[in-house]
Design a protein around this ligand. Structure first.
Ligand code: NA7
Length: 535
Protein backbone atom coordinates (compact mmCIF):
# COMPACT_ATOMS: atom_id res chain seq x y z
CA UNK A 1 0.00 0.00 0.00
CA UNK A 2 1.54 3.27 -1.11
CA UNK A 3 0.51 5.49 1.75
CA UNK A 4 -0.57 5.51 5.36
CA UNK A 5 -2.43 8.79 4.99
CA UNK A 6 -6.03 8.35 6.20
CA UNK A 7 -7.53 9.75 3.01
CA UNK A 8 -5.34 7.67 0.72
CA UNK A 9 -6.09 4.27 -0.72
CA UNK A 10 -5.09 1.92 -3.50
CA UNK A 11 -8.34 1.89 -5.40
CA UNK A 12 -11.48 4.02 -5.48
CA UNK A 13 -14.54 2.21 -6.84
CA UNK A 14 -17.63 4.16 -7.82
CA UNK A 15 -20.90 2.23 -7.73
CA UNK A 16 -22.53 -0.46 -5.59
CA UNK A 17 -24.33 -2.42 -8.29
CA UNK A 18 -23.35 -5.81 -9.70
CA UNK A 19 -20.09 -4.35 -11.05
CA UNK A 20 -18.89 -2.27 -8.11
CA UNK A 21 -19.60 -4.92 -5.51
CA UNK A 22 -17.73 -7.63 -7.36
CA UNK A 23 -14.79 -5.26 -8.01
CA UNK A 24 -14.61 -4.36 -4.33
CA UNK A 25 -14.81 -8.03 -3.41
CA UNK A 26 -11.93 -9.07 -5.67
CA UNK A 27 -9.68 -6.22 -4.59
CA UNK A 28 -10.27 -6.33 -0.85
CA UNK A 29 -9.92 -10.11 -0.73
CA UNK A 30 -6.42 -9.65 -2.15
CA UNK A 31 -5.57 -7.04 0.48
CA UNK A 32 -5.95 -3.80 -1.46
CA UNK A 33 -7.15 -0.79 0.44
CA UNK A 34 -10.35 0.24 -1.27
CA UNK A 35 -12.72 3.16 -0.82
CA UNK A 36 -16.07 2.81 -2.53
CA UNK A 37 -18.95 5.23 -3.06
CA UNK A 38 -22.53 5.16 -4.19
CA UNK A 39 -25.00 8.01 -4.26
CA UNK A 40 -27.79 5.63 -3.24
CA UNK A 41 -28.24 4.90 0.47
CA UNK A 42 -27.71 1.20 -0.16
CA UNK A 43 -26.38 -1.42 -2.56
CA UNK A 44 -28.12 -2.53 -5.75
CA UNK A 45 -27.35 0.04 -8.46
CA UNK A 46 -30.01 -0.26 -11.15
CA UNK A 47 -31.96 -2.59 -8.90
CA UNK A 48 -31.95 -0.05 -6.10
CA UNK A 49 -33.57 2.68 -8.22
CA UNK A 50 -35.87 0.95 -10.68
CA UNK A 51 -38.77 -0.11 -8.45
CA UNK A 52 -41.67 0.55 -10.79
CA UNK A 53 -44.50 -2.02 -10.95
CA UNK A 54 -43.41 -5.07 -12.92
CA UNK A 55 -39.67 -4.26 -12.88
CA UNK A 56 -37.75 -7.45 -13.52
CA UNK A 57 -34.74 -8.58 -15.53
CA UNK A 58 -35.20 -9.58 -19.15
CA UNK A 59 -32.54 -12.30 -18.99
CA UNK A 60 -33.35 -15.47 -17.06
CA UNK A 61 -32.19 -15.21 -13.46
CA UNK A 62 -30.23 -18.46 -13.62
CA UNK A 63 -27.80 -16.60 -15.86
CA UNK A 64 -28.44 -13.03 -14.71
CA UNK A 65 -26.43 -13.77 -11.59
CA UNK A 66 -22.82 -14.02 -10.45
CA UNK A 67 -20.77 -17.04 -11.43
CA UNK A 68 -17.63 -16.19 -9.43
CA UNK A 69 -18.53 -18.15 -6.32
CA UNK A 70 -19.64 -21.73 -6.74
CA UNK A 71 -21.13 -21.96 -3.24
CA UNK A 72 -23.21 -18.87 -3.86
CA UNK A 73 -24.57 -20.17 -7.14
CA UNK A 74 -25.19 -23.63 -5.70
CA UNK A 75 -27.12 -22.25 -2.74
CA UNK A 76 -29.16 -19.37 -4.11
CA UNK A 77 -32.75 -20.11 -5.11
CA UNK A 78 -34.49 -17.95 -7.66
CA UNK A 79 -38.24 -17.92 -7.01
CA UNK A 80 -39.13 -17.11 -10.62
CA UNK A 81 -37.70 -17.68 -14.04
CA UNK A 82 -37.29 -13.91 -14.47
CA UNK A 83 -36.73 -12.47 -11.00
CA UNK A 84 -38.53 -9.29 -10.11
CA UNK A 85 -36.77 -6.24 -8.75
CA UNK A 86 -37.26 -7.02 -5.01
CA UNK A 87 -35.78 -10.49 -5.49
CA UNK A 88 -32.78 -9.22 -7.46
CA UNK A 89 -32.17 -6.55 -4.83
CA UNK A 90 -32.44 -9.20 -2.11
CA UNK A 91 -29.81 -11.23 -3.98
CA UNK A 92 -27.43 -8.26 -4.30
CA UNK A 93 -27.92 -7.45 -0.60
CA UNK A 94 -27.18 -11.06 0.25
CA UNK A 95 -23.95 -10.90 -1.77
CA UNK A 96 -22.94 -7.65 -0.04
CA UNK A 97 -23.47 -9.26 3.38
CA UNK A 98 -22.07 -12.66 2.52
CA UNK A 99 -18.75 -11.14 1.43
CA UNK A 100 -18.91 -8.30 3.95
CA UNK A 101 -18.65 -5.58 1.32
CA UNK A 102 -20.71 -2.77 2.82
CA UNK A 103 -17.93 -1.69 5.18
CA UNK A 104 -15.86 -0.46 2.24
CA UNK A 105 -18.62 1.87 1.05
CA UNK A 106 -19.69 5.39 1.83
CA UNK A 107 -23.35 5.36 0.83
CA UNK A 108 -25.39 8.43 0.04
CA UNK A 109 -22.19 9.91 -1.31
CA UNK A 110 -21.54 10.80 -4.91
CA UNK A 111 -18.21 11.47 -6.53
CA UNK A 112 -18.08 15.05 -7.79
CA UNK A 113 -14.72 15.23 -9.45
CA UNK A 114 -11.75 13.08 -10.30
CA UNK A 115 -8.48 14.71 -11.27
CA UNK A 116 -5.25 12.96 -12.20
CA UNK A 117 -2.25 14.52 -10.51
CA UNK A 118 0.56 13.90 -12.96
CA UNK A 119 3.44 14.66 -10.62
CA UNK A 120 2.20 12.26 -7.96
CA UNK A 121 0.83 9.75 -10.46
CA UNK A 122 -2.35 9.55 -8.39
CA UNK A 123 -6.02 10.40 -8.73
CA UNK A 124 -7.69 12.95 -6.48
CA UNK A 125 -11.34 12.10 -5.93
CA UNK A 126 -13.67 14.65 -4.35
CA UNK A 127 -17.02 13.54 -2.98
CA UNK A 128 -20.32 15.20 -2.12
CA UNK A 129 -19.43 14.95 1.57
CA UNK A 130 -16.47 17.24 0.91
CA UNK A 131 -13.91 14.51 1.36
CA UNK A 132 -10.86 14.27 -0.86
CA UNK A 133 -9.35 10.86 -1.43
CA UNK A 134 -6.02 10.18 -3.07
CA UNK A 135 -5.86 6.90 -4.92
CA UNK A 136 -3.59 5.04 -7.30
CA UNK A 137 -6.38 3.39 -9.26
CA UNK A 138 -9.85 4.62 -10.06
CA UNK A 139 -12.67 2.34 -11.23
CA UNK A 140 -15.95 3.64 -12.60
CA UNK A 141 -18.52 0.89 -12.04
CA UNK A 142 -21.35 3.30 -12.69
CA UNK A 143 -23.64 1.29 -14.94
CA UNK A 144 -24.81 1.56 -18.53
CA UNK A 145 -28.37 2.67 -17.77
CA UNK A 146 -28.07 4.79 -14.67
CA UNK A 147 -28.53 8.38 -15.73
CA UNK A 148 -32.25 8.95 -16.34
CA UNK A 149 -33.32 10.94 -19.36
CA UNK A 150 -35.69 13.75 -18.54
CA UNK A 151 -37.10 15.09 -21.77
CA UNK A 152 -37.93 18.79 -21.61
CA UNK A 153 -41.66 19.06 -22.27
CA UNK A 154 -43.10 22.52 -22.68
CA UNK A 155 -45.25 23.57 -19.74
CA UNK A 156 -44.31 20.63 -17.55
CA UNK A 157 -43.94 22.90 -14.51
CA UNK A 158 -47.66 23.84 -14.77
CA UNK A 159 -48.89 20.26 -14.50
CA UNK A 160 -50.68 19.78 -11.18
CA UNK A 161 -50.94 15.98 -11.21
CA UNK A 162 -48.52 13.40 -9.85
CA UNK A 163 -45.27 12.66 -11.71
CA UNK A 164 -43.24 9.50 -11.57
CA UNK A 165 -40.07 8.33 -13.26
CA UNK A 166 -39.73 4.57 -13.70
CA UNK A 167 -36.01 4.96 -13.01
CA UNK A 168 -36.54 6.68 -9.61
CA UNK A 169 -39.69 5.07 -8.35
CA UNK A 170 -40.81 5.89 -4.78
CA UNK A 171 -40.19 3.21 -2.17
CA UNK A 172 -43.73 3.30 -0.84
CA UNK A 173 -46.40 1.73 -3.04
CA UNK A 174 -47.97 4.10 -5.54
CA UNK A 175 -51.70 3.63 -6.03
CA UNK A 176 -53.27 4.42 -9.39
CA UNK A 177 -56.75 3.33 -8.34
CA UNK A 178 -59.40 5.64 -9.74
CA UNK A 179 -56.80 7.73 -11.57
CA UNK A 180 -56.33 8.77 -15.17
CA UNK A 181 -52.71 7.91 -15.93
CA UNK A 182 -50.48 8.87 -18.84
CA UNK A 183 -47.44 6.70 -19.57
CA UNK A 184 -44.80 8.29 -21.79
CA UNK A 185 -42.49 5.90 -23.62
CA UNK A 186 -42.75 2.33 -24.82
CA UNK A 187 -39.36 0.82 -24.00
CA UNK A 188 -38.76 -2.12 -21.65
CA UNK A 189 -39.73 -0.14 -18.55
CA UNK A 190 -43.10 0.92 -19.95
CA UNK A 191 -43.71 -2.52 -21.42
CA UNK A 192 -43.23 -4.04 -17.96
CA UNK A 193 -45.11 -1.36 -16.01
CA UNK A 194 -48.08 -0.55 -18.27
CA UNK A 195 -49.94 -3.89 -17.94
CA UNK A 196 -49.90 -3.53 -14.14
CA UNK A 197 -50.79 0.16 -14.10
CA UNK A 198 -53.70 -0.57 -16.44
CA UNK A 199 -55.15 -3.04 -13.95
CA UNK A 200 -55.43 -0.32 -11.31
CA UNK A 201 -56.02 2.87 -13.21
CA UNK A 202 -59.41 4.17 -14.20
CA UNK A 203 -57.94 5.10 -17.57
CA UNK A 204 -54.46 4.71 -19.01
CA UNK A 205 -53.05 6.51 -22.04
CA UNK A 206 -49.80 5.18 -23.48
CA UNK A 207 -47.90 7.82 -25.47
CA UNK A 208 -45.90 5.94 -28.06
CA UNK A 209 -43.18 7.49 -30.23
CA UNK A 210 -41.67 4.26 -31.57
CA UNK A 211 -43.40 0.85 -31.43
CA UNK A 212 -41.17 -1.88 -30.03
CA UNK A 213 -40.69 -5.59 -30.41
CA UNK A 214 -41.63 -7.50 -27.29
CA UNK A 215 -41.44 -11.27 -26.89
CA UNK A 216 -43.44 -13.03 -24.18
CA UNK A 217 -41.42 -13.92 -21.08
CA UNK A 218 -43.72 -16.81 -20.11
CA UNK A 219 -42.56 -16.01 -16.64
CA UNK A 220 -43.43 -18.54 -13.95
CA UNK A 221 -42.30 -19.85 -10.60
CA UNK A 222 -39.16 -22.00 -10.57
CA UNK A 223 -39.85 -25.43 -9.22
CA UNK A 224 -37.53 -26.90 -6.60
CA UNK A 225 -36.64 -29.63 -9.03
CA UNK A 226 -35.71 -27.16 -11.76
CA UNK A 227 -33.63 -25.09 -9.38
CA UNK A 228 -31.82 -28.16 -8.08
CA UNK A 229 -31.02 -29.37 -11.55
CA UNK A 230 -29.63 -25.94 -12.50
CA UNK A 231 -27.53 -25.79 -9.34
CA UNK A 232 -26.02 -29.14 -10.23
CA UNK A 233 -25.35 -28.16 -13.84
CA UNK A 234 -24.14 -24.63 -13.45
CA UNK A 235 -20.84 -25.22 -15.26
CA UNK A 236 -22.70 -26.25 -18.37
CA UNK A 237 -25.13 -23.33 -18.11
CA UNK A 238 -22.28 -20.83 -17.82
CA UNK A 239 -20.44 -22.49 -20.72
CA UNK A 240 -23.49 -22.08 -22.95
CA UNK A 241 -23.79 -18.41 -21.97
CA UNK A 242 -20.12 -17.79 -22.76
CA UNK A 243 -20.53 -19.28 -26.22
CA UNK A 244 -23.71 -17.48 -27.13
CA UNK A 245 -23.60 -14.25 -29.12
CA UNK A 246 -26.34 -12.66 -27.02
CA UNK A 247 -25.29 -14.20 -23.71
CA UNK A 248 -28.05 -16.67 -22.96
CA UNK A 249 -27.79 -20.38 -22.21
CA UNK A 250 -28.83 -21.64 -25.61
CA UNK A 251 -27.00 -23.27 -28.49
CA UNK A 252 -29.00 -22.64 -31.66
CA UNK A 253 -28.82 -23.95 -35.20
CA UNK A 254 -25.63 -23.32 -37.16
CA UNK A 255 -27.29 -22.18 -40.37
CA UNK A 256 -28.88 -18.79 -40.95
CA UNK A 257 -32.65 -18.20 -41.03
CA UNK A 258 -32.60 -17.57 -44.77
CA UNK A 259 -30.96 -20.94 -45.38
CA UNK A 260 -33.57 -22.88 -43.41
CA UNK A 261 -36.35 -24.63 -45.34
CA UNK A 262 -39.91 -23.53 -44.60
CA UNK A 263 -40.80 -26.43 -42.36
CA UNK A 264 -37.63 -26.29 -40.26
CA UNK A 265 -37.96 -22.52 -39.99
CA UNK A 266 -41.52 -22.70 -38.70
CA UNK A 267 -40.57 -25.39 -36.20
CA UNK A 268 -37.56 -23.47 -34.89
CA UNK A 269 -39.37 -20.13 -34.60
CA UNK A 270 -42.31 -21.76 -32.89
CA UNK A 271 -39.91 -23.37 -30.42
CA UNK A 272 -38.16 -20.02 -29.82
CA UNK A 273 -41.48 -18.23 -29.30
CA UNK A 274 -42.60 -20.82 -26.79
CA UNK A 275 -39.36 -20.53 -24.83
CA UNK A 276 -39.72 -16.75 -25.13
CA UNK A 277 -37.52 -13.74 -24.37
CA UNK A 278 -34.05 -13.46 -25.85
CA UNK A 279 -34.17 -16.94 -27.29
CA UNK A 280 -36.14 -15.39 -30.13
CA UNK A 281 -33.12 -13.25 -31.05
CA UNK A 282 -30.88 -16.30 -30.72
CA UNK A 283 -33.20 -18.52 -32.77
CA UNK A 284 -30.80 -18.21 -35.70
CA UNK A 285 -27.16 -17.14 -35.50
CA UNK A 286 -27.38 -14.48 -38.22
CA UNK A 287 -30.28 -12.30 -37.03
CA UNK A 288 -28.00 -9.53 -35.86
CA UNK A 289 -25.81 -9.54 -38.96
CA UNK A 290 -28.06 -10.43 -41.87
CA UNK A 291 -30.92 -8.12 -42.76
CA UNK A 292 -32.62 -10.70 -44.94
CA UNK A 293 -32.63 -13.34 -42.22
CA UNK A 294 -33.70 -10.76 -39.70
CA UNK A 295 -36.61 -9.72 -41.88
CA UNK A 296 -37.87 -13.30 -42.15
CA UNK A 297 -37.95 -13.65 -38.39
CA UNK A 298 -39.16 -10.08 -37.73
CA UNK A 299 -42.15 -10.66 -39.99
CA UNK A 300 -42.93 -13.95 -38.30
CA UNK A 301 -42.81 -12.26 -34.90
CA UNK A 302 -44.96 -9.35 -36.09
CA UNK A 303 -47.67 -11.80 -37.13
CA UNK A 304 -47.51 -13.30 -33.66
CA UNK A 305 -47.81 -9.85 -32.11
CA UNK A 306 -50.77 -9.05 -34.35
CA UNK A 307 -52.61 -12.12 -33.05
CA UNK A 308 -52.40 -10.67 -29.54
CA UNK A 309 -54.22 -7.43 -30.38
CA UNK A 310 -57.97 -7.36 -31.09
CA UNK A 311 -58.37 -4.02 -32.87
CA UNK A 312 -56.55 -4.11 -36.25
CA UNK A 313 -56.00 -0.33 -36.25
CA UNK A 314 -54.35 -0.44 -32.84
CA UNK A 315 -52.33 -3.42 -34.02
CA UNK A 316 -51.07 -1.39 -37.00
CA UNK A 317 -49.88 1.34 -34.68
CA UNK A 318 -48.12 -1.15 -32.42
CA UNK A 319 -46.18 -2.77 -35.27
CA UNK A 320 -42.44 -2.13 -35.04
CA UNK A 321 -40.81 -0.91 -38.23
CA UNK A 322 -37.17 -1.79 -37.78
CA UNK A 323 -35.20 -5.03 -37.65
CA UNK A 324 -36.03 -7.00 -34.51
CA UNK A 325 -33.28 -6.51 -31.92
CA UNK A 326 -31.92 -3.29 -33.45
CA UNK A 327 -33.46 -1.46 -30.52
CA UNK A 328 -33.04 -3.54 -27.41
CA UNK A 329 -35.57 -6.34 -27.49
CA UNK A 330 -38.27 -6.13 -24.82
CA UNK A 331 -39.57 -9.13 -22.91
CA UNK A 332 -43.15 -8.82 -21.78
CA UNK A 333 -46.04 -10.21 -19.80
CA UNK A 334 -49.42 -9.21 -21.28
CA UNK A 335 -48.11 -6.00 -22.88
CA UNK A 336 -49.94 -6.19 -26.20
CA UNK A 337 -53.07 -7.67 -24.58
CA UNK A 338 -53.20 -4.55 -22.39
CA UNK A 339 -54.39 -2.61 -25.44
CA UNK A 340 -57.45 -4.88 -25.63
CA UNK A 341 -58.70 -3.38 -22.36
CA UNK A 342 -61.51 -0.83 -22.42
CA UNK A 343 -59.67 1.52 -20.09
CA UNK A 344 -56.49 1.69 -22.22
CA UNK A 345 -55.79 4.01 -25.18
CA UNK A 346 -52.71 4.06 -27.36
CA UNK A 347 -51.72 7.59 -28.35
CA UNK A 348 -49.53 7.50 -31.44
CA UNK A 349 -47.10 10.42 -31.33
CA UNK A 350 -46.31 9.94 -35.01
CA UNK A 351 -49.85 11.11 -35.79
CA UNK A 352 -49.64 14.11 -33.52
CA UNK A 353 -46.88 15.06 -31.12
CA UNK A 354 -47.13 16.42 -27.59
CA UNK A 355 -47.55 20.19 -27.84
CA UNK A 356 -47.24 20.89 -24.14
CA UNK A 357 -48.23 19.96 -20.64
CA UNK A 358 -51.04 21.99 -19.09
CA UNK A 359 -52.25 22.26 -15.50
CA UNK A 360 -54.65 19.39 -16.15
CA UNK A 361 -52.73 17.12 -18.46
CA UNK A 362 -51.28 16.96 -21.96
CA UNK A 363 -52.23 18.97 -25.03
CA UNK A 364 -51.41 17.50 -28.42
CA UNK A 365 -50.31 19.40 -31.52
CA UNK A 366 -53.67 18.60 -33.17
CA UNK A 367 -55.51 20.22 -30.23
CA UNK A 368 -56.61 17.03 -28.47
CA UNK A 369 -56.34 17.27 -24.68
CA UNK A 370 -55.82 14.42 -22.25
CA UNK A 371 -56.80 15.11 -18.66
CA UNK A 372 -54.49 13.21 -16.35
CA UNK A 373 -54.13 12.71 -12.61
CA UNK A 374 -50.68 11.17 -12.94
CA UNK A 375 -47.93 10.90 -15.53
CA UNK A 376 -45.36 8.11 -15.60
CA UNK A 377 -42.17 8.97 -17.47
CA UNK A 378 -40.68 5.78 -18.87
CA UNK A 379 -38.40 7.81 -21.10
CA UNK A 380 -35.16 5.90 -20.68
CA UNK A 381 -31.57 6.84 -20.00
CA UNK A 382 -28.55 8.72 -21.22
CA UNK A 383 -27.05 5.30 -21.80
CA UNK A 384 -23.45 4.14 -21.46
CA UNK A 385 -21.81 7.56 -21.20
CA UNK A 386 -24.37 9.33 -18.98
CA UNK A 387 -22.87 8.32 -15.66
CA UNK A 388 -19.27 8.57 -16.91
CA UNK A 389 -19.77 12.16 -17.96
CA UNK A 390 -22.03 13.17 -15.07
CA UNK A 391 -19.08 14.79 -13.31
CA UNK A 392 -15.79 16.02 -14.59
CA UNK A 393 -13.04 13.47 -14.95
CA UNK A 394 -9.71 15.12 -15.74
CA UNK A 395 -6.80 13.05 -16.98
CA UNK A 396 -3.27 13.96 -18.03
CA UNK A 397 -2.61 17.59 -19.03
CA UNK A 398 -5.94 18.56 -17.48
CA UNK A 399 -7.86 17.05 -20.38
CA UNK A 400 -11.43 16.25 -19.45
CA UNK A 401 -13.24 13.12 -20.55
CA UNK A 402 -16.16 15.31 -21.64
CA UNK A 403 -13.87 17.13 -24.09
CA UNK A 404 -12.18 13.97 -25.24
CA UNK A 405 -15.55 12.33 -26.00
CA UNK A 406 -17.17 15.31 -27.66
CA UNK A 407 -17.23 13.55 -31.00
CA UNK A 408 -17.46 9.99 -29.82
CA UNK A 409 -16.41 7.53 -27.15
CA UNK A 410 -12.73 6.86 -27.88
CA UNK A 411 -11.58 3.99 -25.66
CA UNK A 412 -9.43 0.89 -25.62
CA UNK A 413 -11.21 -2.44 -25.01
CA UNK A 414 -14.18 -0.61 -23.50
CA UNK A 415 -12.31 -0.50 -20.20
CA UNK A 416 -9.62 2.17 -20.53
CA UNK A 417 -9.05 5.57 -22.13
CA UNK A 418 -5.77 6.99 -23.38
CA UNK A 419 -4.76 10.07 -21.37
CA UNK A 420 -6.42 8.65 -18.25
CA UNK A 421 -3.81 6.41 -16.62
CA UNK A 422 -4.93 3.88 -14.01
CA UNK A 423 -8.59 4.66 -14.69
CA UNK A 424 -10.92 1.81 -15.60
CA UNK A 425 -14.55 1.63 -16.68
CA UNK A 426 -16.57 -1.51 -16.04
CA UNK A 427 -18.66 -2.21 -19.15
CA UNK A 428 -17.86 1.16 -20.68
CA UNK A 429 -18.58 2.06 -24.29
CA UNK A 430 -16.57 -0.31 -26.47
CA UNK A 431 -17.40 -3.35 -24.33
CA UNK A 432 -20.10 -5.89 -25.22
CA UNK A 433 -22.08 -5.14 -22.01
CA UNK A 434 -25.65 -4.31 -23.02
CA UNK A 435 -25.50 -6.48 -26.15
CA UNK A 436 -24.44 -9.45 -24.09
CA UNK A 437 -25.32 -10.88 -20.69
CA UNK A 438 -24.73 -7.91 -18.42
CA UNK A 439 -23.55 -9.85 -15.37
CA UNK A 440 -21.15 -12.05 -17.38
CA UNK A 441 -19.82 -8.98 -19.10
CA UNK A 442 -19.30 -7.29 -15.74
CA UNK A 443 -17.48 -10.29 -14.28
CA UNK A 444 -15.10 -10.44 -17.23
CA UNK A 445 -14.31 -6.71 -17.05
CA UNK A 446 -13.85 -6.78 -13.27
CA UNK A 447 -11.53 -9.78 -13.52
CA UNK A 448 -9.53 -7.99 -16.21
CA UNK A 449 -9.15 -4.89 -14.03
CA UNK A 450 -8.18 -6.97 -11.01
CA UNK A 451 -5.67 -9.07 -12.96
CA UNK A 452 -4.19 -5.91 -14.48
CA UNK A 453 -3.69 -4.25 -11.09
CA UNK A 454 -2.10 -7.48 -9.80
CA UNK A 455 0.13 -7.65 -12.87
CA UNK A 456 1.39 -4.11 -12.22
CA UNK A 457 2.02 -4.81 -8.56
CA UNK A 458 3.85 -8.08 -9.14
CA UNK A 459 6.06 -6.60 -11.86
CA UNK A 460 6.88 -3.35 -10.13
CA UNK A 461 4.85 -1.05 -12.34
CA UNK A 462 2.92 1.91 -10.96
CA UNK A 463 0.88 2.87 -13.95
CA UNK A 464 -0.92 1.59 -17.04
CA UNK A 465 -2.35 3.65 -19.87
CA UNK A 466 -3.87 2.82 -23.23
CA UNK A 467 -1.74 3.95 -26.19
CA UNK A 468 -3.46 6.43 -28.42
CA UNK A 469 -2.71 4.49 -31.59
CA UNK A 470 -4.25 1.29 -30.26
CA UNK A 471 -7.16 3.24 -28.89
CA UNK A 472 -7.86 4.73 -32.31
CA UNK A 473 -7.65 1.31 -33.91
CA UNK A 474 -9.97 -0.26 -31.34
CA UNK A 475 -12.47 2.59 -31.61
CA UNK A 476 -12.53 2.23 -35.41
CA UNK A 477 -12.93 -1.52 -35.06
CA UNK A 478 -15.93 -1.09 -32.73
CA UNK A 479 -17.57 1.24 -35.26
CA UNK A 480 -16.70 -1.04 -38.18
CA UNK A 481 -18.23 -4.07 -36.45
CA UNK A 482 -21.39 -2.13 -35.64
CA UNK A 483 -21.80 -1.37 -39.34
CA UNK A 484 -21.94 -5.10 -40.10
CA UNK A 485 -25.00 -5.38 -37.88
CA UNK A 486 -28.64 -4.38 -37.68
CA UNK A 487 -27.93 -2.18 -34.64
CA UNK A 488 -26.92 0.84 -36.69
CA UNK A 489 -30.10 0.77 -38.79
CA UNK A 490 -32.25 2.69 -36.31
CA UNK A 491 -31.98 5.43 -33.66
CA UNK A 492 -31.68 3.96 -30.19
CA UNK A 493 -29.90 4.35 -26.90
CA UNK A 494 -27.17 2.08 -28.32
CA UNK A 495 -26.31 4.83 -30.81
CA UNK A 496 -26.92 7.81 -28.54
CA UNK A 497 -29.73 8.84 -30.88
CA UNK A 498 -32.23 9.03 -28.00
CA UNK A 499 -30.52 12.03 -26.39
CA UNK A 500 -30.74 15.47 -27.99
CA UNK A 501 -27.26 16.80 -28.78
CA UNK A 502 -25.43 13.56 -27.99
CA UNK A 503 -22.89 12.57 -30.66
CA UNK A 504 -24.45 9.74 -32.62
CA UNK A 505 -22.14 6.80 -33.04
CA UNK A 506 -22.35 3.30 -31.81
CA UNK A 507 -21.28 2.59 -28.25
CA UNK A 508 -21.25 -1.11 -27.36
CA UNK A 509 -18.99 -3.74 -28.95
CA UNK A 510 -21.23 -5.69 -31.33
CA UNK A 511 -18.89 -8.56 -32.21
CA UNK A 512 -20.20 -10.87 -29.49
CA UNK A 513 -19.05 -11.70 -25.99
CA UNK A 514 -16.86 -14.62 -26.90
CA UNK A 515 -14.92 -12.73 -29.58
CA UNK A 516 -14.37 -9.86 -27.17
CA UNK A 517 -13.24 -12.10 -24.31
CA UNK A 518 -10.79 -13.81 -26.65
CA UNK A 519 -9.48 -10.47 -27.93
CA UNK A 520 -8.83 -9.21 -24.39
CA UNK A 521 -7.19 -12.51 -23.44
CA UNK A 522 -4.81 -12.13 -26.40
CA UNK A 523 -3.97 -8.54 -25.42
CA UNK A 524 -2.96 -9.76 -21.97
CA UNK A 525 -1.08 -12.74 -23.34
CA UNK A 526 0.89 -10.41 -25.62
CA UNK A 527 2.08 -8.53 -22.53
CA UNK A 528 -0.67 -5.94 -22.45
CA UNK A 529 -0.41 -5.05 -26.12
CA UNK A 530 -1.52 -1.49 -26.76
CA UNK A 531 -0.84 -0.33 -23.22
CA UNK A 532 2.11 1.60 -21.80
CA UNK A 533 3.22 0.29 -18.43
CA UNK A 534 5.56 2.39 -16.36
CA UNK A 535 7.36 2.24 -13.04
P1 NA7 B 1 -35.87 3.00 -23.38
O1 NA7 B 1 -35.79 1.65 -23.93
O2 NA7 B 1 -34.85 4.00 -23.82
O3 NA7 B 1 -37.33 3.56 -23.69
C1 NA7 B 1 -37.66 4.90 -23.53
C2 NA7 B 1 -38.96 5.15 -24.22
O4 NA7 B 1 -39.34 6.51 -24.02
C3 NA7 B 1 -38.88 4.95 -25.73
O5 NA7 B 1 -40.09 4.40 -26.16
C4 NA7 B 1 -38.70 6.38 -26.23
O6 NA7 B 1 -39.12 6.55 -27.56
C5 NA7 B 1 -39.58 7.12 -25.28
N1 NA7 B 1 -39.27 8.55 -25.18
C6 NA7 B 1 -38.12 9.12 -24.78
N2 NA7 B 1 -38.22 10.46 -24.83
C7 NA7 B 1 -39.45 10.73 -25.28
C8 NA7 B 1 -40.15 11.93 -25.57
N3 NA7 B 1 -39.58 13.12 -25.40
N4 NA7 B 1 -41.41 11.82 -26.03
C9 NA7 B 1 -41.98 10.63 -26.21
N5 NA7 B 1 -41.38 9.47 -25.96
C10 NA7 B 1 -40.13 9.52 -25.50
O7 NA7 B 1 -35.82 3.00 -21.79
P2 NA7 B 1 -36.41 1.92 -20.78
O8 NA7 B 1 -36.26 2.45 -19.42
O9 NA7 B 1 -37.75 1.47 -21.18
O10 NA7 B 1 -35.47 0.68 -20.95
C11 NA7 B 1 -34.06 0.82 -20.85
C12 NA7 B 1 -33.39 -0.50 -20.76
O11 NA7 B 1 -33.53 -0.99 -19.43
C13 NA7 B 1 -33.97 -1.59 -21.58
O12 NA7 B 1 -33.56 -1.60 -22.88
C14 NA7 B 1 -33.51 -2.83 -20.85
O13 NA7 B 1 -32.20 -3.12 -21.17
C15 NA7 B 1 -33.56 -2.42 -19.44
P3 NA7 B 1 -38.07 6.29 -28.80
O14 NA7 B 1 -37.93 4.82 -28.90
O15 NA7 B 1 -36.78 6.98 -28.41
O16 NA7 B 1 -38.72 6.92 -29.96
Amino acid sequence: SPSNNASACDVVVVGAGFAGLYQVHRLTKAGYKVRAFDKAPGVGGTWYWNRYPGARCDIESLTYSYSFDSDLQREWKWPQRYAEQPDILRYIEHVADRFDLRKHYSFGTSVESAVFDESAGRWKIRTSSGEEVSTQFFVMATGCLSKPLEPKFKGLEQFKGERYFTSRWPHEKVSFTGKRVGVIGTGSSSIQASPLIAKEAEKMFVFQRTPQFAIPAWNRAMSDEEMRSAQENYDEIRRLVRQSEVGIAYEGPTIGAKQADAEALEKQLDFAWKRGGYLMLASYPDLVTDLESNEIVSNWVKNKIRERIKDPKTADKLMPQYPMGAKRLCVDTNYFETFNRDNVTLVDLRESGIESFTAKGIRMEDGTEYELDAVVFATGFDAMTGALLAFDIKGRKGQSLRDKWQEGTKNYLGVTVSGFPNMFMITGPGSPSVLYNMVSSIEQNVDFVFDTIEHLRKNGYASIEAQEREENAWTKYVVWISKQTIYTKVKSWYTGGNVAGKPVGFMPYAGGGLTYFEYVRQVVEDGYRGFSLSA
